[in-house]
Design a protein around this ligand. Structure first.
Ligand SMILES: Nc1ncnc2c1ncn2[C@@H]1O[C@H](COP(=O)(O)OP(=O)(O)OP(=O)(O)O)[C@@H](O)[C@H]1O
Ligand SMILES: [Mg+2]
Length: 220
């Protein structure tokens, strides 16, 4: 599903170069649930951005679903993301003026799904995360855990090949974290491929494979 080799990425802050990824090899198979851990600043989010086609690395190779990403133009990458990849971030990133169902509909409409169908998909996906009754609520009318479940629903509504989650539980209490991670586990059982970044060692038990990062490298 994903095969990356020798990925290097350096950020440039004015005259200062910050090397962040120092030759990453990474492989993820269909149906994997991988937990990526490591200290703050190790480069976890940066790696997720590269693997999720949200950023461009300096050198190395990345194959997703058999496609060499070097051969894709930036608009092809955007289209590929919309059709194949889902993202959950720590701050939910919901649009405050749209209801739960409308938030889920946005990327579907961008993909060209007709409105009525997008609404039906949104409500069905909310049902999967246990929030069907809250379809018309605004984010401000939902708890943190519920907002994160809406953001998971948005990420999985188009049945992405890969779900990327960057510290999705960092703003949640233990109770709501467990609800979100149990949901991931359930999705994975049904075949969803997942890459989860987490600080919490105890949450790595949800994954079938754990990769830790130190200072821009993965530990073997
Ligand atoms: N846009 C940027 N410009 C310059 N430096 C950056 C940028 N983004 C990240 N960095 C630096 O890259 C390093 C790795 O950051 P990254 O966000 O990938 O770490 P992380 O492992 O996700 O950490 P955390 O657990 O705190 O989220 C850090 O030293 C950070 O300061
Ligand atoms: Mg991070």
């Amino acid at each position: 599903m994903i095969k990356a080799s020798k990925i290097f990425k350096t950020y440039h802050n004015g005259i200062i170069d910050v090397p962040v990824l120092k030759g990453i090899d990474f492989e993820m198979k269909k149906g994997d649930f991988i937990a990526l851990t490591g200290k703050s600043g190790a480069g976890k989010s940066t790696l997720l951005y590269q693997l999720g086609l949200l950023d461009e690395f300096d050198s190395g190779e990345l194959f997703i679903d058999g496609i060499n990403t070097h051969s894709m133009t930036s608009s092809e990458k955007t289209q590929f993301r919309l059709n194949n990849l889902g993202y959950v971030f720590q701050d939910y990133a919901l649009l405050p003026e749209l209801s739960a169902s409308e938030n889920i509909m946005v990327p579907l409409l961008m993909q060209g799904v007709p409105t009525k169908e997008a609404y039906e998909i949104a409500v069905n996906t909310l049902e999967k995360v246990g929030l069907k009754s809250k379809a018309d609520n605004l984010p401000s009318q939902l708890s943190g855990g519920e907002q994160q479940r809406v953001s998971v629903a948005r990420a999985i509504a188009n049945e992405p090949k890969i779900l990327f989650a960057d510290e999705p539980t960092s703003n949640l209490d233990t109770f709501n974290s467990k609800i979100v991670l149990d949901l991931f586990k359930e999705l994975n059982k049904k075949g969803q491929t997942i890459l989860l970044i987490t600080h919490e060692i105890e949450y790595t038990k949800y994954a079938n494979k754990v990769i830790s990062m130190t200072d821009g490298k993965t530990n073997k």
